[in-house]
Design a protein around this ligand. Structure first.
Ligand code: PLP
Length: 357
């Protein structure tokens, strides 16, 4: 079988070694005589998987002791609502930095629960850059930001120092580079880009926030419910958590976050070079100081050329290169599991395609 070179934005490429291990263990997990999917979530065999995933995530991200790690469901989208539902009210304000469609969705949900303020935005420039925060808020419930903007292809290079909790949607760049977790109140991420298959959402939450939770929230939507039950309040997505544990093992074998960050930088540089060397044939959407190492977004001069680029890439067994339906153009999502060779292949194709028209 020839593996397709997968530049999908999410669900996205998974490491081949992970898929192979899952395949090997599929019918008989650790001698249990059944698949991991068939294990009771209350069994000691499943508990070992659950604890292993949690411990590896803590180790790889160097998560301090005063943080909880939760495995929830509902995607990052549920976090857009669950965070303000628990931590915002009509007497409080949540501050937002607007860097794209996902920030807009998070803001829209927060408005249902309390006051919101936009402290910086790049909306008028089609979210081409991460705006500077001239004044960091000193009061308010929290400051929300999206660390990597999957659709527009921008990424925060440095996070602000802030006296109120920073809440970060890291769905599309978690585990792609080392970050200082202690700077954040809450980090959340849907799994389907860098963590594994869709179905599980990772939430990393500073313990002291739990005392500030609103009372009138349905039990299943309170963080404290999931903390008390160790993410086993109801049946968790056991297979997705198992896959997460395999991805984390793989990441550790790759040398951890510093090593993967170096590799990710190298991959992105190759594609940005193909854009910058093209004399305007490819135009990068993101301003150079805000370029993402996860989603490389670019346009060609017209729709016909874009279509031809995507079709010819597909003939070369490369898929997922169409831009998000909201902005069009092209996008190469190059998460952790996309290899240096995959990016070399795309960069070389970009050069040859340009020369061929
Ligand atoms: C940055 C970001 N936030 C949130 C989401 C929504 O995630 P989910 O589909 O898990 O709700 C996505 C999905 O692509 C995303 O890229």
């Amino acid at each position: 079988m020839i593996r397709t070179t997968n530049f999908n934005a999410g669900p996205a490429a998974l490491p081949l070694e992970v898929l192979q291990k899952a395949k090997d263990e599929f019918l008989d997990f650790n001698g249990a005589g059944m698949s991991v999917m068939e294990l009771s979530h209350r069994s000691k065999e499943y508990d070992a998987v659950h604890q292993h995933a949690k411990a590896l995530l803590k180790e790889l991200m160097e998560i301090p002791e005063d943080y909880e790690v939760l495995f929830l469901q509902g995607g990052a989208s549920l976090q857009f609502s669950m965070i303000p539902m628990n931590f915002l009210s009509k007497e409080k304000t949540a501050h937002f930095v607007m860097t794209g469609s996902w920030s807009e969705k998070a803001l829209a949900e927060a408005k249902l629960f309390g006051n919101t303020s936009i402290i910086a935005t790049s909306e008028t420039d089609t979210y081409r850059y991460i705006p500077c925060i001239s004044e960091v808020p000193s009061g308010g419930a929290y400051l929300h930001l999206t660390s990597n903007n999957t659709i527009f292809g921008t990424q925060w290079q440095q996070f602000p120092d802030c006296s109120i909790p920073i809440v970060a949607d890291m769905s599309s760049d978690i585990l792609s580079r080392p970050i200082d977790v202690s700077k954040f109140g809450i980090i959340y991420a849907g799994a389907q880009k860098n963590l594994g298959p869709s179905g599980v959402t990772v939430v990393i939450l500073k313990k002291e926030l739990l005392s500030q939770e609103n009372e009138q929230v349905a039990k299943i939507l309170k963080y404290s419910t999931h903390v008390k039950a160790d993410s086993l309040y109801n049946t968790p997505p056991t297979f997705a958590i198992y896959m997460l544990s395999l991805v984390l093992e793989w990441l550790k074998e790759q040398g951890g976050l510093s090593a993967i960050a170096q590799r990710n930088r190298k991959k992105a540089e190759m594609l940005y070079k193909a854009i910058d060397d093209s004399h305007g044939f490819y135009r990068g959407h993101a301003r150079t100081d805000s370029r993402s190492n996860m989603n490389v977004t670019f346009t060609l001069t017209n729709d016909e050329l874009t279509k031809s680029f995507i079709t010819k890439a597909k003939q070369e067994n490369m898929v997922g290169l169409g831009g998000h339906r909201s902005i069009g153009g092209c996008r190469a999502s190059i998460y952790n599991a996309v290899s240096i060779e995959d990016c070399e292949k795309l960069a070389s194709f970009m050069k040859h395609f340009r020369e061929s028209v």
